[in-house]
Design a protein around this ligand. Structure first.
Ligand SMILES: Nc1ncnc2c1ncn2[C@@H]1O[C@H](COP(=O)(O)OP(=O)(O)O)[C@@H](O)[C@H]1O
Ligand SMILES: [Mg+2]
Length: 363
């Protein structure tokens, strides 16, 4: 009788409770991660939070003090198991992705491929997909930075790695080139269907590239989720502040309400009498005019309007940034307005806070 065993699902990459210390200081603490084939997870966080160390442990060039790492269900690191980097089936791309200067483009891309049938075809295929058809015989010094980056990507992907590990791969590139190369890279990674871990300290890059963002701080993942969720439901004030400038209004919670010059905010779950921070991103402050002395016209969603004087207004291209000194306490609030909005310093305007766009945290 033939048997058809159920194939249990094995994620492409599993990192389980991995820790690493240097000189007694824990730089990665009990970190766990799952990345499916075809998915891109961004490790996002400030410099020094342990992103590269995490990536290097997955690659096998750094050893965890404890924990397990599995690729397609196979343990590549664990108690008594320590697969060398070349046996893990991972592709690497780092910030300073040096190409071999004495090799041609084709030789660079073919570097990790076994000799034999299909080798040249794979090189040609990848060069075509990074838009470098016809560059086979050129040498790295004949290429622009962006072209070199695409060759490096083709080289890393040529052996069809099970997991692609990328550490700030775009940070050496000209700003104007970056978004185009990011998008082209993402397209190719998706076509190849490899699992990707991409390290970056730039929230914009993570938002643009990631299926899932793992936000790191001090060696720990503090929040993970789709870019939309991490941006719109930050776990704490620092997580909110990592993605944009924020405005903070401090208040005191009483009976699940916090009274502010912008009206009352629902602050359920906060201890009675506890200080709370109401956090709002600049684009979610609403501005209104004096309406010829009749004052502003807030909706229920907007709460109460508070008046401030413009101290500075700047046009940033896609939006204008307007800073206010508030009448009630002299504090500074910043509003971002789409397009051109440049009121003169000293102009009195009214600010409102959209209740569905603010975050409440214990102070
Ligand atoms: N080989 C090492 N020896 C000692 N300290 C290290 C080593 N590698 C990294 N660190 C330290 O660990 C911390 C995390 O580094 P890293 O993982 O490179 O952070 P990130 O990539 O997030 O900027 C930093 O404080 C760094 O100085
Ligand atoms: Mg780093």
């Amino acid at each position: 009788m033939p048997r058809y065993p159920m194939q249990s699902h094995k994620p492409r990459l599993v990192v389980q409770n991995v820790s690493r210390s240097f000189g007694g200081r824990a730089v990665v603490r009990d970190l766990s991660l799952v990345v499916e084939a075809g998915q891109l997870t961004c490790l996002l966080g400030p410099s020094g939070c342990g992103k590269s160390t995490t990536l290097r442990m997955v690659a096998g060039v750094e050893e965890p003090d404890q924990g397990r790492i599995l690729i397609d269900g196979e343990e590549v690191f664990g108690p008594g198991v320590r697969l060398p980097p070349e046996a893990r089936g991972v592709g690497l791309m780092f910030q300073d992705f040096a190409l071999f200067p004495h090799l041609t483009v084709a030789q660079n891309v073919a570097f990790g491929l076994r000799k034999g049938e299909g080798r040249a075809a794979r090189v040609d295929e990848l060069l075509e997909r990074v838009n470098l058809s016809g560059f086979q015989a050129k040498h790295p010094h004949e290429l622009s930075g962006g072209e070199q980056q695409r060759v490096a990507l083709a080289r890393a992907l040529a052996p069809r790695p099970r997991v692609m590990l990328m550490d700030e791969p775009f940070s050496g590139l000209d700003n104007r080139l970056r978004d185009g190369i990011r998008d082209a890279t993402l397209d190719l990674l998706k076509e190849e269907g490899t699992a990707v871990v991409l390290v970056t300290h730039e929230p914009g890059e993570a938002m643009r590239m990631a299926d899932e963002i793992a936000l790191m701080r001090d060696g720990v993942i503090v929040q993970r989720g789709a870019p939309y969720n991490v941006y719109n439901a930050p776990v704490d004030r620092a997580a909110a502040a990592f993605f944009s400038d924020i405005n903070v209004i401090r208040g005191q919670s009483r009976g699940a309400l916090t009274q502010t010059p912008f009206g009352a905010f629902l602050t359920p779950g906060q201890t009675d009498g506890a200080a709370v921070d109401i956090v709002i991103r600049p684009q979610h402050l609403k501005i209104d005019f004096d309406r010829a002395g009749r004052g502003p016209n807030p909706t229920i969603q907007d709460g109460t309007a508070a008046r401030g004087l413009v101290t500075r207004a700047r046009f940033l291209g896609h939006e204008s940034l307007v800073e206010f000194r508030m009448d009630h306490d002299g504090s500074t609030l910043t509003a971002a307005v789409p397009g051109v909005f440049l009121p003169k310093p000293g102009t009195a305007l009214w600010l409102m806070i959209r209740r569905d766009r603010c975050f409440v945290f214990p102070a």
